[in-house]
Design a protein around this ligand. Structure first.
Ligand code: ZN
Length: 308
């Protein structure tokens, strides 16, 4: 099946400064691999539109948007926190990154595409309604989820987040929204050093010890995510696709393999096939070791395409 690959050149222009792990080479590494393996030929490449203020205000406060615009420098860098750095092109990249997920939702709900992969930066899942953090400015996936709910009238969607860092922003934004089931695995204790909320009807947080490997990760998914996801019967599945739990990625201690990212992608596709007509909107989050990032993104997208 054809899936949409949504990105934008502006995402390469978000400059975080010398030596920053969240840099444009991440997108280039993925695109280079997709080109080399022929995958890019069978995806539908779509340029991300800019998100609108109305779409952002569904999940962010007006003060947050104003603060970001006011902080954005015309040259050089501005530091929002010790890790989160913006430059003159960062806000236009951020508008494309969030706009990509909105476009993905429109395509997938409209049945033009069964699934979409948004290859974008800056990432989003740490951005809360009122603050940027952890390399994230706008919460891209949350903007897309809110669009699916408010614009398209979906009543039940799931967000699954296998990035090694807890998706505190997504959790905060939808904590009181029973239409959104949030499932997350993450190294703990670890960045973002916030206390994950207690599990509830719309939330499955599964902390992983720093020593966790395949067995612990797969048990978390099989025993804690999948039963709740299958009971919930989401109409669409959103994926915060972070690949920084890979054993080659020194951003964390959790040690997953290529096979684990392939496997979890298959489990997610299985959930979507049961209740969501296979509809998946996947959004790049973390992943900083370029070779494993590109390999695992390819495996993930192949699963979305039904290629195994
Ligand atoms: Zn991460």
């Amino acid at each position: 099946m054809t899936i949409a690959y949504i990105s934008h050149r502006e995402c390469l222009r978000h400059d975080t400064g010398e030596g920053h792990p969240e840099n444009a080479r991440r997108i280039s590494a993925i695109e280079d691999r997709f080109l080399a393996t022929g995958l890019l030929d069978v995806l539908r490449y779509i340029d991300a539109p800019e998100v609108t203020e109305h779409q952002l205000l569904r999940v962010h406060t007006a003060e947050h948007l104003e603060t970001l615009d006011a902080m954005a420098p015309t040259s050089g860098y501005a530091r929002l926190d010790p890790d989160t750095i913006i430059s003159s092109d960062s806000m236009s990249a951020a508008r494309r990154a969030a706009g990509a997920v909105v476009a993905a939702v429109d395509l997938v709900v409209g049945a033009d595409m069964e699934s979409a992969f948004c290859c974008v930066r800056p990432p989003g899942h740490h951005a809360e309604s009122h603050r940027a953090m952890g390399f994230c400015l706008y919460n891209n996936i949350a903007v897309g989820v809110a669009h699916a709910l408010e614009e398209h009238g979906l009543e039940k969607v799931a967000v699954v987040d296998f990035d090694v860092h807890q998706g505190n922003g997504t959790e905060e934004i939808f904590q009181n929204d029973d239409r959104v089931l949030f499932c997350s695995t993450f190294q703990h204790p670890f960045f973002p050093f916030t206390t994950p909320l207690e599990n509830a009807a719309n939330r499955v947080n599964v902390p992983l010890d720093a020593t966790a490997k395949s067995a612990e990760f797969r048990a978390a998914i099989s025993e804690q995510w999948l039963p709740v996801l299958n009971d919930f019967q989401p109409q669409m599945v959103f994926v915060s696709a972070g690949f920084d739990a890979h054993q080659d990625d020194d951003m964390s201690y959790v040690s997953l393999t290529d096979a684990d990212f392939h496997w979890v992608s298959e489990q997610i596709a299985g959930v979507a096939a049961k209740s969501a007509s296979g509809r998946i909107v996947s959004v790049l989050e973390g992943g900083y070791e370029l070779d494993s990032l590109a390999r695992c993104a390819e495996l993930h997208v192949r699963v979305l395409m039904g290629l195994h």
